[in-house]
Design a protein around this ligand. Structure first.
Ligand code: PLP
Length: 363
């Protein structure tokens, strides 16, 4: 039996190999290793792809979140509301910005932030809500926005898993600011760490760029206490080559997700649910299964690279356990979530093999 990885980065590289090689040569010839023309070109292309006027490249997705939060005014004393069932980085970014993490539960079917719970958690100290566009589909940001009308609370979207996804035709960040990650395994992945912030606000974009370049846009001018968080030229080469293919790659992911829906229909698993109005980009195809840990180890033993996103809700981690709280939907999902291999190049044969292995593991 052939091994099927969770994501196949080699297959993605094969599609862009020539462009990447030529681009790397260009960067080495010009020695534009940090920033430079390639980075500027990528920022412009990614802004266009996102349907927004501004994109600022940074060093990784966690930095993108931190700087976006700081740009909207999150600092000491400011509360930021986010779902308990996210990757730890969302919470880390709030803490790094000096803010206070306020967790809320998720929807039991989509695992996206529970909008009612988020709005109910708003206090006079709330500076932002950070919905996470988990697994590749957008949270109902328009409902958050409507609920926040008249209040000075920003929406800072964690768009690490949803490059190219839309909701009612708009992408992440459309009404405010979004942070994304180009970690290699994301839908748009670099060959190392990288990230970006996209926004419609020229002020927020400038603040992010300033914070990411040691607090100043001119050398040796430091207006803010910033950080070093910049995008590399080599990463920009990779990201430009892959961005040109991203719409096609996302369409292939959608086709693969539809194929799993059919293959798994008869099994004792809960299939993923797409929210009405969403164009999903299937960063992760996540099902729910009974006796998950046993099923997972059987799948892994059968050569299927299944995984868990995420096994431990934020309030059950050592880092944020002091927050306490009870989030029944996030807690009930965590021991049952199971992510199956998905990537643009996955074949129908590989998917049939995954389905067969899953049926055997459940049996
Ligand atoms: C990957 C990811 C991040 C962090 O991105 P890095 O580039 O690894 O720092 C943040 N939030 C979510 C939901 C992610 O999946």
């Amino acid at each position: 039996m052939n091994r099927i990885p969770l994501v196949d980065l080699a297959a993605a590289h094969a599609e862009v190999a020539e462009e990447v090689e030529a681009g790397f040569k260009r960067i080495i010839a010009t020695t534009a290793f940090v920033g430079g023309a390639e980075v500027a070109a990528f920022e412009q292309e990614y802004a266009e792809f996102s349907g927004l006027p501004h994109c600022v490249g940074v060093a990784n997705g966690t930095d993108a979140l931190e700087l976006a939060l700081r740009a909207v005014g999150v600092g000491p004393g400011a509360e930021v509301i986010l779902p308990a069932n996210t990757f730890i980085a969302t919470a880390e970014a709030v803490a790094r910005a000096g803010g206070t993490v306020v967790l809320v539960d998720c929807d039991p079917r989509t695992y996206l932030i529970d909008v009612e719970a988020a709005l109910a958690a708003v206090t006079p100290a709330t500076r932002a809500i950070a919905p996470v566009h988990l697994y590749g589909q957008l949270a109902p940001v328009e409902r958050l926005r409507a609920g926040l009308a008249g209040r000075d609370v920003a929406i800072v979207e964690d768009a690490a898993q949803c490059q190219g996804a839309t909701r009612h035709g708009s992408g992440a960040g459309a009404g405010g600011i979004a942070a994304t990650s180009f970690y290699p395994g994301k839908n748009l992945g670099a060959y190392g760490d990288a990230g970006a912030v996209v926004t419609a606000s020229p002020e927020w974009a400038t603040t992010v760029r300033t914070l990411g370049s040691h607090g100043g846009l001119k050398r040796y001018t430091h207006d803010l206490i910033g950080v070093n968080s910049r995008l590399d030229g080599l990463q920009a080469v990779v990201l430009r080559a892959k961005l040109a293919r991203l719409a096609d790659w996302n369409a292939r992911r959608r086709a693969a997700a539809a194929r799993y829906d059919e293959l798994l229909a008869g099994l004792d698993v809960v299939l993923p649910v797409t929210l009405d109005g969403n164009e999903h980009v299937w960063h992760i195809y996540c099902v729910r299964v009974p006796r998950r840990d046993e099923v997972l180890s059987r799948l892994n033993a059968a050569g299927v690279g299944a995984a868990i996103h995420y096994p431990v809700p934020v309030h059950r981690t050592g880092a944020f356990g002091h927050l306490g709280g009870s989030f029944p939907n996030a807690e009930a999902a965590a021991p049952e979530l199971l992510s199956l291999p998905i990537y643009p190049q996955i074949t129908p044969g590989q998917q049939a093999q995954v389905a067969e292995a899953l049926a055997a593991a459940l049996g």
